[in-house]
Design a protein around this ligand. Structure first.
Ligand SMILES: Cc1ncc(COP(=O)(O)O)c(C=O)c1O
Length: 421
């Protein structure tokens, strides 16, 4: 029998047809954007047209979707995190506990409010922040805990709120990667005091660049509104045409992180599609988990039992590298990518060793960051070294796409000797 040559080494790839597009846009999206373009108002900070602004309409719709009273829309997910911390009054002299395995913005948000991030290790099963590590890290300077629901699972939202409550420390949920997930019937972003979201291009609800913060707490929401609009608030009702919808309140000094009307209109269009896209991904992921069970050394990241809905930002496959001839996850990812014509990659490096996290290179951050932690984060390193990821758009297709992913991983596993030889 002719040898099976991996696509990485010049063989015929498992799949060469295109993957489902992301983001999804159609005539309705175009009409929504056109309406703003020709509607005479591109920013919430512009005079009212007499109709509700798209920004406020989206914020209300996003709050309703989550079953919480208040949402403040923002220009980026990073801003949403900064605002969440500012709204809690976190600042110089404070520390904030963050997981060492996350996108850099979770940590830079802490630096941007003048506080110091304290990195903690993650849970070996989920890759999300470890409850025991949070408990051990809390001290008298701790002003907030940021949990990150990473890739496609949620942090332990039974234990973490209980720890936070016991110590009287607010819990912020970084839901950039978890929009739509839920834990015992409560959606990600509604369990902590604040939930911060990103609507950047790759996220499951996107307008290119955008964000939002959710809260049940109306006093916190009032601060958030002002913090994101140069100390201005919405008027109670939509004002008549020509008048301003943002009016000076001045209870707390903010900066401008408002979402543009064009972006907000895209989000309103995309929000209508969210649930059916979540369902499509979840059904495909279930199939993927079943099929991967037949592949040696690979399985889908285990979904915590308490998650009753799983939103996939990046689909995570755990890889036993011993079953792949001892190849690194970087090499396994490259080989699977070559089979699929789809980006496949390991998680970002833990922040303590990440080239992204270099506060010493910026005087503003250097002043507050403190030295890089001397300790090791073995669980995060091990999780990173045994996981490969791909973007959720690959879960928006059908059975053919799932079979291709399974066949690609299987083929790479069966020919793993050629990866290390
Ligand atoms: C976990 C996490 N937090 C925060 C952010 C920041 O969001 P944005 O890129 O919208 O600023 C991201 C973006 O990828 C993220 O993944």
């Amino acid at each position: 029998m002719a040898p099976d040559v991996l696509a990485l080494h010049g063989g015929v790839p498992v799949r060469s047809s295109p993957w489902p597009p992301w983001p999804e846009a159609d005539d309705a999206t175009e009409r929504a954007v056109q309406a703003v373009l020709h509607g005479g108002r591109w920013a919430v900070s512009a005079p009212s047209t007499g109709r509700p602004s798209a920004e406020r309409t989206f914020a209300e719709a996003f709050a309703t979707y989550h079953g919480v009273p208040r949402c403040v829309a923002t220009d980026h997910g990073s801003s949403a995190l900064v605002l969440a911390l500012e709204a809690l009054g976190v600042g110089p002299g404070d520390t904030v506990i963050v997981p060492v395995l996350t996108w850099i913005a979770t940590a830079t948000a802490v630096l941007r409010v003048g506080a110091t991030p304290v990195f903690v290790d993650v849970d070996a099963r989920t890759g999300c922040i470890s409850v025991a590590e949070v408990q051990a890290a809390i001290d008298r300077r701790t002003r907030a805990i940021v949990v990150v629901h990473l890739h496609c699972v949620m942090a332990d939202m039974d234990a973490l709120p209980a720890v936070a409550a016991r110590h009287g420390i607010p819990l912020v949920e970084d839901c950039a990667q978890a929009c739509g997930s839920s834990w015992r019937g409560r959606k990600a972003g509604t369990i902590g005091v604040l939930g911060a979201f990103s609507m950047q291009h790759g996220k499951v609800l996107t307008c290119g660049e955008g964000g939002a913060v959710l809260t049940h707490d109306s006093a916190v929401a009032d601060r958030l509104e002002q913090l994101r609009a140069d100390s201005r608030r919405y008027t109670p009702e939509t004002p008549p045409a020509g008048q301003m919808e943002l009016v000076i309140a001045g209870n707390v000094m903010g900066t401008n992180r408002c979402l543009s009307e064009i972006h907000a209109a895209v989000l309103l269009d995309q929000l209508r599609r969210l649930d059916q896209q979540l369902d499509r991904r979840e059904a495909n992921a279930t199939l993927l988990a079943e099929e991967l069970a037949h592949v040696q050394g690979a399985e889908l990241l285990t979904r915590p039992d308490a998650m009753d809905r799983q939103s996939f930002y990046e689909c995570a496959i755990r890889v036993d590298t011993a079953a792949f001839g001892g190849a690194s996850v970087g090499t396994v990812a490259q080989a699977v990518q070559a089979e699929l014509g789809l980006a496949v990659y390991p998680p970002d490096a833990p922040l303590n060793v990440s080239p992204h996290y270099r506060p010493a290179t910026n005087p503003r951050y250097a002043a507050v960051a403190g030295p890089l932690p001397a300790r090791r984060f073995d669980t995060a390193a091990a999780f990173r070294d045994s996981t490969i990821l791909f973007h959720h758009r690959a879960l928006l297709g059908g059975v053919g796409e799932i079979e291709a992913i399974v066949n690609a991983v299987d083929r790479v596993q069966r020919n793993a000797d050629s990866l290390v030889g």
